[in-house]
Design a protein around this ligand. Structure first.
Ligand code: NAI
Length: 283
């Protein structure tokens, strides 16, 4: 089956990036939001991000206009077009809310379409249970979607080979680099990244070095573009804690225990960039 029509549920940080990259490659995209205002906000963000690409001359003004004309806004998940070949869910990270979305669209959208979730940590196998397990898959894009090349493709327990192949080929058409990952807590990206960030927070808590010096070690010593504590602030400390809890509970292994300092900072609402303060201060 050729995938031509895409529905993206949720037009937030990730959803608008996903709609952007598909629309730019001439796919027809339905952007599904909960209100007209939020859908407009999402489209405005896409337009601004396309402008940035026009300025850098990586796309033309005509490409931008065509991309925007490929996006159709839809209000309410129950209005998801039944002829969607692929539905990508990108609402907030909550298992019950996501299961509810898949439950609703399973009754509406044609039976041979594929369902994907952009979740960064919830089990694809569990999410697939509400709808069509063989035609269900994880498509974990990275933020910002138009810039980052990687897509982790996560195969749930029952994901069929055909579904995997279709999504792999589709990712390549988007000029992304897909990697095949099986469904274990944190997949690959967060299983490796988050314990590193957590360890950096332990080192800070134990007074091994200052926050700036910990980041300097990883930037200048390991050639990381950003230190782990700056990265944690960028991702959001609440998100980091939630993912560490997924790893800790999913593996029942103490090596994934969230650092007490991370917990304390989340309790104090020092969540990083979005609250103006985390390991560093932002104005
Ligand atoms: P966000 O909070 O920016 O956006 C979520 C959007 O979904 C909002 O615009 C909201 O109005 C919409 N929404 C909520 N309920 C809806 C419904 N019933 N129907 C239609 N739209 C609905 O969230 P973000 O950051 O884009 O995250 C989305 C998913 O992507 C999460 O599962 C997250 O774990 C994952 N993710 C996030 C990354 C990030 O850096 N932000 C990176 C990779 C994955």
């Amino acid at each position: 089956m050729e995938i031509k029509k895409i529905s993206v549920i949720g037009g937030g940080t990730m959803g608008n990036g996903i709609a952007h990259v598909f629309a730019l490659k001439n796919f027809k995209v339905n952007l599904v939001e909960i209100s007209s205002e939020l859908a407009d906000k999402s489209l405005l963000n896409i337009s601004k991000n396309l402008d940035r690409q026009v300025k850098k001359e990586s796309i033309s003004e005509k490409d931008k206009q065509e991309a925007l004309s490929n996006i159709n806004k839809i209000i309410g998940v129950d209005k998801t077009p039944p002829d969607s070949d692929l539905v990508i869910e990108a609402i907030y990270e909550n298992k019950e809310a996501k299961l509810n979305i898949f439950n609703i669209i399973n009754d509406i959208v044609k039976k041979d379409s594929i369902f994907a979730s952009n979740t960064s940590s919830i089990s694809i196998t569990e999410l697939s249970s509400a709808s069509r397990p063989e035609r269900f898959i994880g498509m974990h894009f990275m933020n910002p979607v138009p810039v980052m090349q990687l897509v982790e493709i996560i195969r749930g327990f029952s994901t069929s080979d055909d579904t995997y192949k279709a999504i792999r080929e589709l990712s390549i058409k988007l000029d992304k680099v897909p990697v095949e990952v099986f469904d274990y807590p944190g997949f690959i990206s967060n299983r490796i990244l988050m314990p590193m960030i957590n360890e950096a927070i332990f080192a800070l808590m134990e007074g091994v070095a200052s926050a700036t010096d910990i980041d300097t070690v990883m930037k200048l010593g390991m050639n990381h573009p950003m230190g782990p504590l700056t990265l944690a602030d960028f991702i959001g400390l609440d998100v980091c804690l939630a993912i560490m809890e997924v790893l800790y509970n999913g593996f029942n292994d103490s090596k994934y225990r969230p650092c007490p300092l991370l917990k304390k900072m989340v309790a104090a609402k020092k969540l990083g960039r979005k609250t103006g303060e985390g390991f560093f201060k932002y104005s």
